[in-house]
Design a protein around this ligand. Structure first.
Ligand code: SF4
Ligand code: MG
Length: 322
């Protein structure tokens, strides 16, 4: 059985201007010890998926579908159970560490907090665990006495990772964990994440707009467009969906500054979620769209070994026996 099984998940924000469907029937699974990358432009719904998995969305969000964590539906959990599951079974590393840390609390106390809340350690035991966690993420133990403003962006992101590891969860969800960092620090944090998930046999769901960052860490990649999954497959293989290909071309290489300055192959803007184009939602931006693409919706279909993609051209290849 998968550690995480997301089944037909939808997220709809209810605002004054009406319902905004941010996630539309996403299904995915993650095995124990596996790393899955979820990619897409901003507004694709990827962060909403991440937050929905631990029900961290605002009250205006309606969640439908199922999120099975170790066989238990997170969306159906009572609050007490949900609190127990957060941090201890699954934890999350947020985008931009400055928002995830309390500016007036020492680093060590913040890392210890999940341990104390879940009664996994107290007193000297908790302090020892904090020192151990700081060492694991490559920070000197005296940093326990520092405040967040005394740390660099990269060091703060390491603190967030230490907090996520504190209760030894089986799953870590990381939402753009390196986006706010400069390229050299980004590479160091990615190396750290790779090492920790391997050493501790943790499953990882990592969210990013940058496919090259995800491919660097993850076994499998999934791509979202306009709230839907448009492709999923092993990170070693070639993308088949024109949107995934454009996204990959926009950020070709980890740590290559030129690739950041000149995103290629992705013209136009993502659609308004309240007024999605008919047929394939990508068709107004798709460089290889057929006439039928504006009227005929496309579901995910087999697109090679362990790969699915939602594009009519993939189906044509199949029909020709390629
Ligand atoms: Fe492009 Fe059509 Fe494929 Fe959509 S279904 S990605 S518009 S070719
Ligand atoms: Mg986001």
């Amino acid at each position: 059985m998968s550690l995480l099984e997301v089944d037909d998940l939808s997220v709809t924000y209810r605002i004054a201007a009406g319902d905004v469907p941010a996630v539309r029937g996403v299904s995915l699974s993650l095995d124990a010890g596996e790393a899955l990358g979820l990619a897409g432009e901003s507004g694709s719904g990827k962060s909403s998926v991440a937050m929905a998995l631990l029900r961290l969305l605002p009250r205006s969000a309606r969640l439908d579908g199922r999120v099975l964590l170790d066989g238990e539906d997170v969306l159906a959990m009572k609050w007490g159970r949900l609190r127990a599951v957060r941090w201890s079974a699954a934890s999350i590393v947020f985008q931009g560490a400055q928002h995830g840390l309390n500016p007036v609390q020492r680093i060590g106390d913040q890392i210890a907090e999940p341990l104390l809340v879940h009664r996994l350690a107290s007193g000297a035991q908790a302090s020892a665990r904090v020192r151990e966690l700081l060492e694991q993420v490559g920070l000197p133990t005296w940093r326990a006495r520092s405040y967040p403003h005394e740390l660099s962006g990269g060091q703060r992101q390491r603190v967030m990772i230490a907090m996520a590891l504190a209760c030894s969860p089986r799953l870590i969800i990381a939402d753009e964990p390196t986006t706010a960092l400069d390229l050299m620090v980004q590479a160091q944090v990615l190396t750290l994440i790779r090492r920790l998930i391997a050493e501790h046999d943790i499953s990882l769901l990592m969210i990013s707009h940058d496919l090259s960052v995800l491919a660097d860490v993850c076994d499998r990649l999934a791509v979202m467009y306009a709230g839907r999954l448009v492709e999923a497959g092993p990170s070693s293989g070639e993308f088949r969906h024109p949107y995934s290909q454009a996204l990959a071309a926009a950020f070709p290489t980890v740590g290559d500054p030129a690739s950041r300055l000149a995103p290629r192959g992705l013209a136009g803007d993502p659609p308004d979620p309240q007024q999605l184009p008919g047929g394939c939602a990508f068709h107004p931006r798709c460089p290889v769209a057929l006439e039928s693409c504006s009227s005929t919706p496309v579901d995910l279909r087999p697109a090679g070994e362990r790969r699915t993609a939602a594009c009519v051209l993939v189906g044509e290849d199949r029909a020709r026996g390629n």
